[in-house]
Design a binder for this molecule. Structure first.
Ligand SMILES: Nc1ncnc2c1ncn2[C@@H]1O[C@H](COP(=O)(O)OP(=O)(O)OP(=O)(O)O)[C@@H](O)[C@H]1O
Length: 701
């Protein structure tokens, strides 16, 4: 039996902002006990089921008023929480909150999984959707696709938006992430930069499905809606679509609980009220927060908010546990389709309503069949794939997926730190290189001097010894400096390798962020350009280094020659120089080769990625084609059966007609024969009477 539950109304007045305090603005509203009071002119006070002054935190309100409702949603009851008020009255603050004081939605997101973990013996499937309705246009905030969405009523799903993505969530982190990302998409504006407008309505929904583990009992399905309504400042609006979005909810609450209660409820006048029909006088526990601004300039909007909330208090919803009856409903739908098909088949001219009803029933059946957890899981996976592309197509992927961006930023910071380290090591390496070169030059000139003097035999033995000692000292110093140069080089290579690793990480992140082919192509071109640039500078660096090495080697050889190393001829010396040059060239070529290999590996990776992507897209397309084919086949089968049935009936009818016609024919033939006989008999009588017409008594009957 449904339970009758009134809509509960809670008032809240936000505090004055710092600049408002400074301006000494006139106070227009306040809270006292369970009443909200509107000042200015004649003071008016409005009773609520609870009222919150400005110092109350969102989290306190959640604990006191909403936590128990989330618990009920987890038991299988529909729950709706709405925030209603003028622009800037604190609706978003209450629903979403801020880091220091999370709003009702973040608190509920956390509670859901805490409660689920405590309810042992049950399996849950929780999914979320986030819809924005702006001027009667619907936007899927989690997956902003360009496809049309329509509001439908379904026997198992209730009222829902066909085409709105439902993403399955498995943890409180995941659910929080979707909410935050959807809210960012709302702020940034999915579709043609439609950034959050005060007249936009947003409905964040948590769909909870559950089943008893190891039990054949039917499952339960409930929906928890959080509605951040458009500001009720309707003054000056004339566009009917805009007005419907802003005033739709007021009109419905007025019709349900206002003075003219009982007249038709205009649910269908706005998309929002149609979507929330169950929450307004239907099967949901509904709570309305009436938010008032403390500013006197919002006097009229505050009065409207509180009057409408008084109407809401009069509305009685009829709440029941939502058992998941998908199987029974599928059976009922099949039966209904069967009956209607017979009806259409038996009538010579089927009515348009029947045909349309048949189409709806077939669609309902198809939707009902997609309600299994497996199917939903698959659909959620598909939405997840699509959403990156759709967000990228809107140009808001990076903004929405801020976590990825954060991760990428961290990597970029690391790369920068490593670049600094690399620059430091590089400058130390260059300094050392200069010292080594200087020492080598010194050594070379010392050796040249020595050989000149030795050749001419001008030096004494002691002078000779001193020169040799100086040369040896220089050599030792050179060795020490060359060793430390080598160490610096090693360090440079290590830093470069670490930097490369981080770059790979950043690239992996970037490829996850790539959405549309266009964005992807741009990023890839940029990356390729960067790689080419870095390879070019690496090769140049190495060329420079090898030149220095060759010079040093040349000096070494000359020094050795001067020291008295025997060469058979001048060519021997030149040959050694050539060998050194070739060694250096080899190292450059090796490096170039490494760079090319790196580029090749990258291209192979890209190719694989593209292949994977195409494969995925093809699979998706195949799936869609298959689905379309199945839908058509199902419809075709249904229609074929209906036509067959119809022709069978027609055939039966015509056989019966033929039988009827032939028996009637027989009857008529007999009648005809009887009539002929009667005529003959009459003729006989006339003849007997000599041509005189007999009186009626003489005519044989
Ligand atoms: N309870 C509160 N405590 C502190 N600041 C608040 C509170 N409520 C609202 N504010 C501040 O008031 C301003 C307007 O609030 P908010 O954006 O939530 O209003 P809104 O009703 O959602 O506006 P709109 O209809 O334009 O979207 C914001 O700067 C918000 O931080």
């Amino acid at each position: 039996m449904p339970e009758s539950v009134s809509i509960k109304v809670f008032g809240r007045c936000r505090p004055l902002m710092v600049d408002e305090k400074k301006k000494n603005v006139k106070i227009g509203a306040s809270v006292s006990g369970d009443k909200v009071i509107v000042h200015g002119g004649k003071e008016q006070s409005f009773n609520c089921d609870g009222a919150y002054p400005s110092e109350y935190k969102n989290s306190q309100i959640y604990k006191e008023r909403i936590e128990s409702l989330v618990q009920r949603a987890m038991e299988g009851y529909n729950v709706t929480v709405m925030a209603f008020g003028a622009n800037g009255s604190g609706k978003t603050m209450l629903m979403s909150g801020i880091d220091e004081d999370p709003g009702i939605i973040p608190c509920a997101n956390r509670s859901i999984f805490e409660i689920a973990s405590k309810l042992g013996g049950k399996d849950f499937m929780i999914s979320v959707s986030y819809l924005e309705i702006l001027d009667e246009k619907m936007i899927d905030l989690l997956n902003p696709h360009p496809n049309t969405m329509t509001i439908r009523q379904h026997p198992t799903k209730g009222i829902f938006v066909e085409g709105l993505s439902e993403m399955i969530v498995k943890s409180s982190d995941e659910i929080a992430q979707y909410f935050e990302q959807g809210t960012r998409a709302r702020k940034m504006g999915a579709n043609d930069m439609r950034a959050h407008k005060p007249r936009a309505n947003a409905v964040y929904s948590i769909i909870i499905e559950q089943r008893e583990r190891q039990s054949s009992k039917v499952g339960v399905r409930s929906v928890l809606h959080f509605v951040d309504l458009a500001g009720n400042n309707a003054g000056g609006i004339t566009d009917p679509e805009v007005l419907a979005g802003v005033q739709g909810i007021q009109n419905v609450l007025m019709a349900l609980g206002g003075p003219r209660k009982g007249s038709g409820v205009p649910y269908r006048d706005s998309k929002l009220t149609r979507y929330l029909q169950e929450s307004l006088g239907g099967n949901a526990i509904t709570v309305l927060f009436a938010l008032v601004s403390p500013l006197d300039k919002f006097h009229q909007e505050n009065i409207t908010t509180l009057q409408v909330s008084q109407f809401a208090k009069n509305v009685k919803n009829r709440v029941k546990l939502n058992l998941d009856e998908t199987n029974e409903i599928i059976a009922e739908l099949r039966e209904e389709i069967g009956k209607l098909r017979d009806k259409i088949a038996s009538s010579s001219e089927p009515s348009r309503e029947d045909v349309l009803k048949m189409e709806d029933l077939v669609k309902d059946l198809q939707i009902a069949k997609k309600q299994t957890w497996d199917e939903k899981q698959k659909a959620s996976g598909r939405f997840e794939e699509e959403r990156k592309v759709n967000l990228a197509n809107q140009g808001i992927l990076e903004f929405v997926m801020d976590d990825m961006k954060k991760g990428n930023k961290e990597i970029q910071e690391k790369i920068q730190i490593l670049q600094k380290e690399k620059d430091q090591v590089m400058s130390a390496y260059k300094e050392k290189r200069a010292i080594v070169d200087q020492l080598k030059a010194e050594l070379q000139s010392k050796i040249m001097n020595y050989s000149k003097f030795a050749e001419k035999g001008k030096t004494s033995e002691s002078e000779n010894k001193a020169l040799v000692t100086a040369i040896h000292k220089l050599k030792e110093q050179l060795k020490i400096e060359t060793d430390s140069l080598k160490m610096l080089k090693q360090k440079l290579v290590e830093v470069q390798e670490r930097q490369q690793l981080e770059k790979e990480g950043a690239k992996a992140q970037m490829s996850a962020m790539k959405g549309s082919a266009e964005v992807r192509q741009k990023i890839e071109l940029e990356e390729r350009h960067k790689l080419e640039e870095s390879n070019k500078s690496l090769v140049l660096e190495e060329l420079e280094r090898s030149k220095l090495d060759v010079d040093a080697e040349r000096a070494e050889i000359q020094m050795r020659a001067a020291e008295g190393k025997k060469y058979t001829s001048k060519e021997g010396e030149e040959l050694e120089i050539k060998v050194a040059e070739m060694k250096a060239e080899k190292s450059v070529v090796t490096l170039q080769l490494q760079c090319l290999q790196q580029e090749k590996a990258r291209l192979v990776r890209e190719l694989e990625e593209i292949h994977k992507l195409h494969k995925g897209e093809m699979e998706l397309q195949q799936l869609q084609h298959y689905q379309t084919f199945r839908n058509y086949r199902e419809m075709f089968e249904e229609q074929k059966a209906a036509i067959e049935q119809r022709y069978r009936h027609l055939l039966e009818d015509s056989i019966q007609d033929a039988i009827f016609a032939s028996s009637r024919n027989n009857e008529l033939t007999i009648e005809n024969q009887e009539l002929r006989q009667q005529i003959n008999e009459m003729k006989d009588v006339i003849t007997k009477l000599g041509g005189r017409i007999p009186s009626s008594a003489q005519i044989p009957m």
